[in-house]
Structures are given as structure tokens and as C-alpha cells.
Design a protein around this ligand. Structure first.
Ligand code: AMP
Length: 173
């Protein structure tokens, strides 16, 4: 059965292109197709929507702090039995097995394996995937707008800087 899932490289790990590429390589090797991908940044509202089933649990505040701490990298992934295939690739939350992303990446980096601050998220059902992808698409748009604004600000600074230099030169001449 062809399914769509949502995969998210979590903050800290999403700062490394090598880690993102390694996760993409493993997905593709398993026959999965990446349909869309983007850096994103979760705020508290969208973190609580994404992890709504965990609100009220003892680890939720830590989970929300982690998810909102930095940019993440989201992917919409399609393939045969995508939900189960991807969850097996990523490994379980507690005591992931060797050969899974949640085991291999911390091991390769020489860092401790953590339950809450783990490497990656993947949808546990088609229903969750639908909800998580909706949030991803909102965040993707916002991230892109933010990048455009930042570029515009940088260009404005550069332009005003060069005008100043030009003025300065004119004055000297
Ligand atoms: P799950 O929906 O099972 O993928 O869990 C979502 C995330 O919540 C996991 O990736 C962990 O970051 C965190 N988490 C889940 N269960 C626990 C737990 N028992 N203790 C601490 N963090 C957890």
C-alpha cells in the first residue's frame, strides 16, 4: 500500500548537512521518495500541535523546548508501506537497535543517545502524517518568507552602504 509519511530531522542534528544527507540516503535506499523538503522552525504553538498527544506528560516541557530550540528539517516522504518502513529505519524511541538512524547517528558523533532529544521524528500513522504535513507546509512557507525578508534586509544594508561610499568618494573628488 502506497503511503505518505512525514520525517523531521530535529534541532541540533538539522544543523548538519551530512546528517540530513545520510538520513535521505537511507530513505532512498529503502525505496522511499522525498516529495518535498525544507528547513523549518517550530514555535510553541506548532510544536504543541505536532506533539498534541504528549501534552501533559512529564517529558512534554523538555520536548517542546527541544523542538523550538533551533531550525529543523522536514520532509514529505512517499513509498510502499512508508509509515512502517520509515519507523523501522529510524528505530524505536527507547533503546534503538544498531543499524537504525536513532542508534547510528549519535554513535558516529560520539554523543549519548537521548530519549527526548533524539535525532529524528517519523509519523506513526497516516492520520498523524496528514496532520504533521499540514503543520510542515505552514512552517515551510513562513521559513521561506523569513529568508526572503532577511535577504531583502541584507541587500538594503549593502545598497545603503555602497551609496554612502559613493557619496564619500564624490565628496573626496
Ligand atoms: P513518539 O510519538 O513516540 O515518536 O514520541 C515523540 C517524542 O517524544 C520522541 O521522539 C521523544 O523525543 C519524546 N518521548 C517519547 N516518549 C518519551 C519518554 N518516555 N520520555 C522522554 N521523551 C519521550
Amino acid at each position: 500500500m502506497k503511503q505518505i509519511s512525514y520525517v523531521m530531522v530535529k534541532p541540533y542534528f538539522a544543523n548538519s548537512k551530512v546528517i540530513i544527507d545520510e538520513i535521505k540516503r537511507r530513505l532512498q535506499l529503502s525505496g522511499m521518495k522525498i516529495m518535498d523538503e525544507s528547513y523549518i522552525r517550530y514555535d510553541k504553538k506548532r510544536a504543541s500541535m505536532h506533539y498534541s498527544e504528549h501534552i501533559g506528560k512529564s517529558f512534554y516541557p523538555e520536548l517542546e523546548d527541544y523542538l523550538t530550540s533551533d531550525k529543523a528539517y522536514g520532509m514529505i516522504v512517499a513509498g510502499e508501506n512508508a509509515i512502517q518502513v520509515i519507523r523501522e529505519l529510524m528505530g524505536q524511541t527507547k533503546n534503538p537497535k544498531e543499524g537504525t538512524v536513532r542508534y547510528d547517528i549519535p554513535k558516529a558523533l560520539g554523543i549519548a543517545m537521548r530519549i527526548t532529544e533524539n535525532v529524528v521524528h517519523s509519523s506513526d500513522s497516516e492520520e498523524s502524517a496528514k496532520k504533521e504535513i499540514g503543520i510542515f507546509l505552514q512552517l515551510k512557507k513562513e521559513y521561506s518568507n523569513q529568508q526572503t525578508n532577511n535577504t531583502a534586509k541584507t541587500n538594503k544594508t549593502k545598497t545603503s552602504g555602497s551609496n554612502f561610499n559613493k557619496c564619500d568618494d564624490d565628496f573626496v573628488l
